[in-house]
Structures are given as structure tokens and as C-alpha cells.
Design a protein around this ligand. Structure first.
Ligand code: PGA
Length: 249
């Protein structure tokens, strides 16, 4: 596992974008796994600055709320459209998000899993981590082998995400999420974590037991993981040479 400590969001974006750019340069047909949430946003902004030819790049989102009407500004379909598709000038036909407004969300989840496989799997998957250790919307208790499926959101996650909505009651209670087993099949994982409030859970995920109680602990089972953390999020991690090197990015 590579672990970079950076000073701020801009530096996190620069390091993350550099890693994505390397994947895209080596394969114009790369399949990116994209995450919403606050931490990965600087990565997309920095990647846009590379001006790479990305017309053949495909993207798959990690998750989506169930039950928001199509076009809702806080649906992940809309967040991905604004922050990823438009920012990077991707072909919208190459960008996939689970269909959270489908009449049959379970079927939409299965179709999404099949679509990832049909596109050859994900080359590099961006990730964040929740305060409770969730990975995508895999909440504590999720099977480490789980596949893309419909899940309930915990109150803690709904509370954390209420910052994007007018009121906590507006945050949907269900989601479609890539499973932990699905995520582990991506060829490379890239986690971006910011803020001292994530220090404890990051430390637990990377150094504690691999357990459904902390879904992000599955990262320990993947052979190619890069974590980019700011000083606050990395505060409980052991000091490494990488940390010093990356601090000046
Ligand atoms: P963040 O959230 O990117 O806003 O830190 C990640 C998550 O809750 O999964």
C-alpha cells in the first residue's frame, strides 16, 4: 500500500490526478471508478488541468441514492455529471451511474454490476471513507464479498450527507451501491481522505482487523492500493518516508 500525506485539498487533488493521468495515458480506453463526497472533488479539478484526450475513457460511479427523482441536483447522477463528465469533457454515453429512480432498483443494481463486467472491469477506483468506516454505501455489517445491490443507509450516513440537502429528512433512506467484492475487483484503488475527524476511522481501516464492522478494512486485501490523506486524516498513522516526500507536493 502506498500512503501519501499532503498538506491540503489542492495537494490531494494534484497527487490523485497524477495517478489517474498515468492510467489514462497508458490506456485511452481506461475505465475509471468515480466517487462523490467531498474528498475526491479536488482530484477531478486537477485532472481537468491536464487537458488529456479522454473521449474514449469510461466512468462508473460507486453508488446512488434510491428514490430521488431523475435530475435531482443531489442525485449522484447529477453530481457526477457536473463534477466529472462536464469538468473532464467526457462523452456522457461513457459515464454510468446506478439508476436510483428505476421502478425495480434491485434489477438496476444487478444490471449495473453486469455493465461493469461488460466494460472489462474498473482500472482505477476512487474511494472515500465514511466516519463509520463505510466504503461507497457499504455500511458496517456489509459482507466483504458483497456485490452491487440495494441497501439501507444508516442514520449516521444520512446525517453526514444532510449537508447537501435542505433538511436531514430529505436524505433518502436507501441506495444502490457497488459491493465490497465488486470494489475489490478494480485493478487499482485510490482512496482520498481529508480531515482530522477521519483520523480514527482511517487508522482502524488500514491497521485494524479486516472485518465487516469496518467495511473500508477490505482495502487491506487488495494488492494495489494508494491512500492520499491530509495531515489531519493521517494524524494517527505511523510516520513514513512517503509522508515527508509528499508533504511538499
Ligand atoms: P467525503 O465522504 O469524501 O466527503 O470525506 C466520503 C464518504 O462518506 O464515503
Amino acid at each position: 500500500m502506498e500512503f501519501f500525506v499532503v498538506q491540503d485539498a489542492e495537494a490531494a487533488g494534484a497527487v490523485g490526478a497524477g495517478l489517474l493521468a498515468a492510467v489514462i495515458r497508458s490506456n485511452q480506453d481506461a475505465v475509471l471508478g468515480v466517487a462523490t463526497g467531498g474528498s475526491p472533488l479536488p482530484v477531478y479539478r486537477a485532472l481537468a488541468g491536464y487537458g488529456l484526450e479522454m473521449s474514449r475513457v469510461r466512468c462508473f460511479a460507486l453508488d446512488e441514492y434510491v428514490g430521488l427523482p431523475a435530475g435531482h441536483p443531489e442525485s449522484y447522477a447529477e453530481v457526477v455529471r457536473r463534477e466529472v463528465t462536464e469538468r473532464l469533457s467526457l462523452d456522457p454515453a461513457n459515464v454510468f451511474v446506478p439508476d436510483g429512480s428505476a421502478a425495480d432498483p434491485e434489477r438496476a443494481a444487478n444490471d449495473y454490476e453486469a455493465a461493469i463486467a461488460a466494460h472489462g472491469g474498473i482500472d482505477i477506483q476512487l474511494l472515500g471513507i465514511g466516519h463509520n468506516g463505510h466504503l461507497a454505501f457499504n455500511e458496517p455489517g456489509s459482507s466483504l464479498e458483497s456485490r452491487t445491490r440495494v441497501e439501507d443507509l444508516t442514520e449516521r450516513t444520512r446525517q453526514a450527507n444532510s449537508r447537501y440537502f435542505d433538511s436531514p429528512a430529505d436524505v433518502p433512506g436507501r441506495c444502490i451501491t457497488q459491493g465490497l467484492g465488486t470494489i475489490l475487483e478494480a485493478r487499482q484503488l485510490l482512496m482520498v481522505v481529508r480531515g482530522a475527524d477521519k483520523a480514527e476511522i482511517l487508522h482502524r481501516a488500514l491497521t485494524g482487523p479486516v472485518t465487516p464492522d469496518c467495511p473500508a478494512s477490505v482495502l487491506q486485501r487488495h494488492p494495489h492500493v494508494t491512500v492520499i490523506a491530509d495531515e489531519g486524516a493521517a494524524a494517527l498513522m505511523p510516520c513514513t518516508a512517503t509522508r515527508v516526500a509528499a508533504a511538499s507536493v
